[in-house]
Design a protein around this ligand. Sequence first.
Ligand SMILES: C[S@@+](CC[C@H](N)C(=O)[O-])C[C@H]1O[C@@H](n2cnc3c(N)ncnc32)[C@H](O)[C@@H]1O
Length: 311
Amino acid sequence: MDTDNTFEQLLNVFWLRPETALWREIDIRTMNAFELCSPSLDLGCGDGTFSFIRAGGEFDSSFDAFRSVSQLDQFFKNVDVFDSYDESLSPAVTKPPRYQIDVGFDHKINLLKKAGQIGLYDALKQGDANQPLPFPDESFNSIFSNIVYWLDSPQEVIQEISRILKPGGRACLMLPNITFPQFSFYNQLYVKGGDERWKFLEMLDRGRFADNIRQAKSRDEWQSIFEQAGLQVERHHSHLSKLTIQTWDIGLRPLFPVLLEMANELPPEKLVSIKAKWIQTMRAFLEPLLEIDKTLPGNEQPAFHCFELRK
Ligand SMILES: C[S@@+](CC[C@H](N)C(=O)[O-])C[C@H]1O[C@@H](n2cnc3c(N)ncnc32)[C@H](O)[C@@H]1O
């Protein structure tokens, strides 16, 4: 799969959160060989931008993922500011994705409405993945999900994924390794360290530790959950080094609300030219990190697993 343009596209869409572009580019490179064969499911598709770019789709440089946001003043109270939809702000697709995904599934209707604007999904379905998935047995040939660790019981959703896969069907799942919580500044310095001086890191963590970082497991632990669900591991990759995760853990996250407020004050032509310089600067710092992520020091274990599974 040609991934040459994906980083540029990710930076275009996530320019005010370049740490997200960094993480997503490493995901795309890691799952390079996984083919989404129809009928396919994107489980926890969000607004679909990640899967759109992974499928080779491109947006105009005037578009970004921050058009429809709300409650920016609640950002540090852990509100999902992206859970908002304005139909007048439709994305300008300059290159359609190379393939379609049959179904995008998520619990947030606003994100699904955004996903409906990009021409990637044939159908969108709203539902809670903490409940049995609303699909008949043996519905899909392939499933991608990077949200299993956000759910209450990864074991139950992995059973569900197996149930709705056709025999011989494949799933690609991104799941945290035991090192992921160890790389979180909030966890190390405040939760584990217990030093009140680090309490302010709650503003950096924004609920992530309690929400999803808790589901970290070793390769063997995940493998035994898959086997119990009738899934065989065909490929396993480890990705997202400590350096990348710690870069992502801070990134521009704390500044995001004020950066967006500033960007929104700019006239559209000025915004596009400043954004171009911004992205060029970010590339100079993040591209070397993409390379460094491949060569881990000593026997460091990266923060994530990418499992390709077969039923
Ligand atoms: C980190 S985002 C990933 C979105 C998208 N796959 C991407 O890579 O950009 C996690 C997604 O999981 C969705 N999600 C979280 N809990 C869920 C649940 N219980 N049921 C369905 N979707 C859920 C969120 O709405 C969000 O879109």
